[in-house]
Design a protein around this ligand. Structure first.
Ligand SMILES: [Zn+2]
Length: 392
């Protein structure tokens, strides 16, 4: 058993405790959280640290299998340019290089305090690493295809990938993006997916233009790949209100990116009550589009944090993502940011033992150092490291 303390304990889902003490057993399970204002503490038994202790981070959006693309795609290509570059280089890499990059990427996440990941897979290259369970993964097999007649074939391929996954209950089928699906494929996904799905949403301006008026950069790019897009009908609305009905079906939905999500879109999403989660990948947005969501619109929503992949990010660190949000919208409180980075992600991915420092949970603990404790905000040199690692 260990007793550890720092200037503040941020439990993830409740108010920070000044000089709080976490009592933790040898398996990493929380036995108690003590508040010196209310509880008697024998400080001689307590390991004390400078900074903030919070639960292990939950990264709700990554593409581990793209790790080999670190530094290979230049910045500010915008999404259509990014996809083109990715397609041009993705086949020139050996299996070994991919595996090696995946291992390194996982190691980087662990040393940055990430304990769970919602990871997108298009193939099986990441499966072996995931079978080691160094991190808790939920894998989303991502499908896309605009041709109606291919829908069944695409779903069958996804189902066979699912069957070879080493952890049968931690894999499900999910749609890539609203612009890359035929109606039939969406129907099939609704049949095959579990009760939570994720989709890339409004990452680029061209996505809204496509739905509003069947024009713009995304439309031009899709026309190069597929005849099917030419028979699409514009809805006259933004992307989100155009497709959410056909997906919702009582499921929880994690909308990823939301860079071009408007106030009106948020009002529309309210119809789905507490089923909607908003995942931000701030540094990937900076990397690809040079633009970020207006996070202040989402203050009262259930938000989560993703790193996206190393193809479009400089590293895999949830804390770095939080710093970027803080810089853009400094009014968002650290308590809220840390809830996005821990509790909300664990809730969405249904990792019940993670996401908060509460009796009976085994969330892993991070120490965030070099925090501005007076103003309670992150600064450039703030740094997070695992203090208690997640045990297998
Ligand atoms: Zn993504």
């Amino acid at each position: 058993m260990k007793k550890i303390s720092a200037n503040y304990i941020f439990p993830g889902n409740s108010t920070p405790i000044k000089n709080g003490v976490v009592v933790i057993d040898d398996t990493g399970k929380i036995e108690a959280v003590l508040d010196p204002e209310k509880d008697t503490i024998n400080w001689e038994e307590v390991e004390q640290y400078d900074g903030i202790i919070c639960p292990g981070f939950v990264n709700t959006h990554c593409h581990l299998e793209l790790s080999y693309l670190k530094g290979k795609i230049e910045e500010n290509t915008q999404l259509h340019g990014f996809v083109e570059k990715l397609m041009a280089i993705r086949d020139n890499v050996t299996e070994q290089e991919r595996w090696f990059a995946i291992q390194l990427a996982e190691q980087e996440m662990i040393s940055n305090g990430i304990v769970a990941v919602g990871d997108i897979s298009n193939g099986n290259t990441s499966f072996h690493q995931k079978s080691k369970r160094n991190i808790k993964y939920h894998t989303f097999i991502e499908v896309f295809g605009l041709k109606e007649e291919k829908a069944i074939e695409i779903i069958e391929r996804a189902k066979s990938l699912k069957e070879i996954y080493p952890h049968a209950t931690r894999i499900s089928i999910t749609p890539h993006a609203p612009y890359s699906m035929s109606a039939k494929l969406l129907q099939q996904i609704n049949k095959e997916s579990n009760d939570f799905i994720t989709i890339h949403n409004q990452e680029t301006e061209g996505e809204n233009e496509l739905f509003q008026s069947r024009s713009g950069k995304m439309y031009e790019q899709l026309s190069k790949f597929s005849e099917a897009i030419k028979s699409w009908e514009a809805t006259g609305e933004n992307s989100l209100p155009s497709y959410l009905d056909s997906l919702a079906d009582g499921k929880k939905i994690l909308l990823v990116h939301n860079t071009y999500t408007s106030k009106e879109d948020l009002v529309f999403a309210k119809h789905y009550g507490d089923k909607i989660y908003w995942c931000f990948c701030p540094n990937a947005n900076k990397y690809i589009e040079g633009k970020q969501p207006d996070y202040s619109l989402f203050i009262n929503e259930k938000c989560t944090i993703g790193t996206d992949s190393l193809a479009s990010n400089w590293g895999l660190s949830i804390l770095e993502e939080l710093k970027t949000i803080s810089k853009k919208n400094p009014a968002i409180q650290l308590q809220k940011l840390l809830k996005w980075a821990t509790y909300n992600g664990a809730e969405f991915l249904e990792f019940d033992g993670l996401g908060s420092i509460e009796k009976g949970k085994t969330p892993g603990l991070n120490l965030i150092k070099d925090v501005d404790l007076e103003n309670m905000c992150l600064i450039e040199k703030s740094d997070a490291k695992p203090l208690i690692k997640l045990q297998q």
